[in-house]
Design a protein around this ligand. Structure first.
Ligand code: FES
Length: 110
């Protein structure tokens, strides 16, 4: 089973075995990892599951155009940003960093 390491913004590290084929978001929710709200339940409609993929990003399928659109709402966007509900674990270990905020709250006021 792939090992997924979740590093939270307050420097806590959680390394867990996650079943292949689950998403990075599902692995976090099922194991009570804090910081991934996943408000829309994986429907790609919120960006509150935004994470950085520190290691193993090549094992994930490329983000779709829709995912890229939603990532524009994410706080602190980086080149290794993904919506964790769209990042399907593909038999490889991953290191995931959970940002302090997932979405850009300032943009909600427009
Ligand atoms: Fe809403 Fe991922 S859980 S976009």
């Amino acid at each position: 089973m792939p090992k997924i390491t979740y590093n939270t913004h307050d420097n806590q590290t959680h390394t867990i075995d996650v079943q292949n084929g689950l998403t990075v978001m599902e692995g976090a929710i099922q194991n009570d990892i804090p910081g991934i709200d996943a408000d829309c339940g994986g429907g790609m409609a919120c960006a509150t599951c935004h994470v950085y993929v520190v290691e193993g990003i090549d094992s994930l399928t490329e983000p779709t155009e829709d995912e890229d659109d939603y990532l524009d709402k994410a706080w602190g966007l980086k080149s290794n940003s993904r919506l964790s509900c769209q990042a399907i674990i593909n038999d490889k270990d991953l290191i995931i960093e959970i940002p302090k905020y997932t979405i850009n709250h300032a943009s909600e006021n427009h």
